[in-house]
Design a binder for this molecule. Structure first.
Ligand code: DHB
Length: 397
């Protein structure tokens, strides 16, 4: 098999890239170790930056998002029992955020890619990236995990294969630097059959820790509570989850969270991670393969899409104008945006969680940060601009 751009991964980074390249007549094949139903049902975060929704419309994959997404012009921050509305649309000159779950985005991308005749090979095993530092790179894999070894010959290889995939590992260890921060807390997430009970997302920092009220549809709500990342999910009975959610979200002025049946629970640890550089020879890595953010602020998928927008422009410059510059500067261009996403996710995370490894002094500083957002328009605008997505700088391509 042969293609111009071989992509390991059929998540948001890999699929957006294939669609962006197809628009310019550049061929690509995605392979993924997961099955299509697995990819389409894995629950992740669900907030899209403003420009991502515009890109989805441009690529012809925005229709369901427009119909089923929830459009918010603000978020609510809550601490010490008080609520504060951050008017994102007012602060950003008309932008808004869209709550539309990642697995729904993936369904739309996969359907569009297959409809245009694109190839996605699901459920592969034994994936290896070969000759990244040569002019003839390739990806080898086995269909359904056990089939014959096949080789996909390409001009370029993209590792859009998540944190645990082979993409990042194909950059020699001595040539990459990894930056990491592990937080001493995790998120317990639940899906609940219940009606909407607040018109926007609530991010709360209360005595017992962080909680987030989000939504999935008019009848299904998504909620998170801060927990110990080592907690066993069995220790979290439904009654305990509701006690914690009420303690952290209720305001004492009569407003109370609407309960419902909890039909899904999971615990995720929180960490920040960046790998530099994000390229080696003819290999480029994108999304979670190169960087992880803690979920607070929902930047993960948005950063992944930003990487491949930069990469697609670099490939287009190479194939259409034989310009190498965009490819040579891919990593540096992406990392400028990524570190701002890392900073924002770290800021939201540290400001909104209770961290018992920090002193009371530091906790007071976090309250001051929150009060600055309430009282200072520059701080509020900075939060809002980061939340809806920073503008793109001009690319050197
Ligand atoms: C959701 C997740 C987030 O991390 C966030 O900041 C907002 C919303 C969600 O899953 O809905």
């Amino acid at each position: 098999m042969r293609t111009q751009v071989g992509i390991v991964g059929a998540g948001p980074a890999g699929l957006f890239l294939a669609l962006l390249l197809n628009r310019e007549g550049i061929s690509a094949v995605n392979i993924d170790s997961r099955s299509r139903p697995d990819i389409e049902s894995t629950i992740r975060a669900g907030v899209l930056e403003h420009w991502v929704t515009e890109l989805m419309h441009e690529l012809g994959v925005g229709e369901r998002m427009l119909r089923d997404g929830h459009f918010h012009d603000g978020i609510t921050l809550q601490w010490n029992g008080e609520r504060h509305h951050v008017d994102i649309t007012e602060l950003t000159g008309g932008k808004r955020v869209t709550v539309y779950p990642q697995h729904e985005v993936l369904k739309d991308l996969i359907a569009a890619r297959l409809a245009q005749g694109g190839e996605i090979v699901f459920s592969v095993g034994d994936t290896k990236i070969n000759g990244a530092d040569t002019d003839t790179p390739s990806i080898s894999f086995r269909r359904d995990g056990t089939g014959e070894l096949e080789t996909l010959h390409c001009d370029y290889v993209v590792g859009a294969d998540g944190f645990h995939g082979p993409g990042r590992q194909a950059i020699p260890r001595a040539l990459r630097t990894e930056y990491q921060k592990v937080y001493p807390f995790g998120w317990l997430g639940v899906l609940v059959n219940a009606p909407l009970c607040w018109h926007e997302l609530i991010y709360a920092n209360q005595k017992d820790g962080f909680a987030l009220l989000s939504t999935r549809s008019p009848d299904v709500q998504r909620m998170y509570v801060q927990c110990d990342p080592k907690d066993d999910i069995a220790e979290w009975s439904d009654a305990r989850i509701w006690d914690e959610l009420h303690a952290r979200l209720d305001t004492g002025d009569g407003w109370t969270l609407t309960e419902g049946e909890i039909f899904q629970k999971n615990i995720v640890p929180l960490r920040s991670f960046v790998c530099e550089p994000m390229q080696y020879g003819r290999l480029f890595i994108a999304g979670d393969a190169a960087h992880i953010v803690p979920p607070t602020g929902a930047k993960g998928m948005n950063l992944a899409v930003a990487d491949v927008l930069v990469l697609s422009r670099a490939f287009i410059a190479k194939y259409k104008r034989n310009s190498q510059l965009g490819l040579d500067t891919y990593s540096a261009t992406c990392l400028r945006r990524i570190w701002k996403g890392e900073r924002f996710s770290w800021y939201m995370t540290t400001m909104l969680h209770r961290n018992n490894t920090e002193s009371d002094f530091e906790q007071r500083i976090h309250f001051a940060d929150l009060d600055l957002v309430r009282t200072n328009i520059s701080q509020a605008r900075s939060l809002a601009e980061n939340y809806v997505g920073l503008p793109f700088e001009q690319f050197a391509a």
